[in-house]
Ligand binder design. Structure first.
Ligand code: NAD
Length: 268
């Protein structure tokens, strides 16, 4: 990471799912570049911990509760975030969940709705609320969704999750079109494999040890030549792409989805 970059001084950046994994990495990176960070999460303990870490490093951050599957919770979040740190300049829709039943033949309707309620409806509602906040305050801001390599290609064991992430990529493009005339850019980052709590359900389903799923998949992808950069992704890799898209260096980029996956999707 370029240590001296300070691209977001005075900007209000709001991130959902900031209490863990990739969202935590994104929150730290924006804070280190001078942003005022609203870290929102349904997990109060995780969210508060990340905010405390940022403050301990001299950054500015606040934790606010949100359950993105509930529209009133999103509206409440955006209102409270604005009251503390002012209009939103950058919004990162990162909160996401994976399924406990991965087979398309077995997944229940309730589980399908749960995945879509967070990954698609929740992400869309959050992005739209932030877009409205930017428009109301004449902010030519940036919105970034977190999709997935699995939303760009097909793979076993990813029934509702994969299609939910394809939906994220497509609504990102729709929102980019809707907000373009206001000077608001909307893009997506599609991570590859990053070892986080996201994989606890699949590890449970496959009766695997905690933190063993990602190394197992990575090993398979390396040995089959599918992974061109032979290592796991990190939250820092994702944060670098997200901050680039939010920065002035990306002023001519909108309606795009950038894979940050070590080249994994070249053959998936
Ligand atoms: N880890 C990977 O390999 C990977 C790959 C592709 C995409 N992604 C995506 O990256 C994003 C972050 O995932 P992660 O890997 O860091 O997982 P994670 O489980 O470590 O973090 C997800 C965060 O989202 C929060 N969250 C879940 N439901 C929520 C809700 N209803 N409202 C608000 N917050 C909620 C969780 O509390 C958690 O803090 C997700 O959208 C995920 O789909 C991850």
């Amino acid at each position: 990471m370029e240590e001296n970059l300070k691209r977001f001084i005075g900007e209000h950046v709001i991130i959902t799912g900031a209490g863990s994994g990739i969202g935590r990495g994104i929150a730290h990176r924006f804070a280190s570049e001078g942003a005022q960070v609203t870290g929102a999460d349904v997990d109060q303990e995780g969210g508060k911990k990340v905010v405390d870490e940022i403050k301990a490093r001299g950054g500015t951050a606040q934790y606010l509760y949100v359950d993105v599957s509930r529209e009133e919770s999103i509206n409440d979040l955006v209102k409270k975030a604005h009251e503390s740190f002012g209009p939103i300049n950058v919004a990162v829709s990162n909160a996401g969940i994976s399924e406990t039943q991965s087979s398309c033949l077995e997944i229940s309707g309730a589980e399908w709705d749960r995945i879509y309620g967070v990954n698609v409806r929740g992400s869309f509602m959050f992005c739209r609320a932030c877009g409205n906040n930017m428009m109301d305050n004449d902010v030519k801001g940036s919105i970034i969704t977190i999709s997935s390599t699995m939303g760009r290609t097909s793979k076993n064991m990813t029934g509702a999750y994969a299609s939910s992430k394809s939906a994220v990529i497509m609504f990102t493009k729709s929102l980019a079109k809707a907000l373009a005339s206001m000077g608001i850019r909307v893009n997506s980052v599609a991570p590859g494999m990053v070892a986080t709590n996201l994989y606890r359900p699949v590890e449970g389903e496959m009766m695997m040890e905690k933190d063993s799923f990602v190394p197992w998949i990575i090993e398979q992808c390396i040995s089959s030549g599918q992974l061109l950069i032979p290592r796991e992704g990190t939250p820092e890799d994702m944060a670098a792409a997200v901050t680039f898209l939010a920065s002035k260096d990306a002023a001519y980029i909108t309606a795009q989805c950038i894979s940050v996956d070590g080249g994994m999707d070249w053959s998936w």
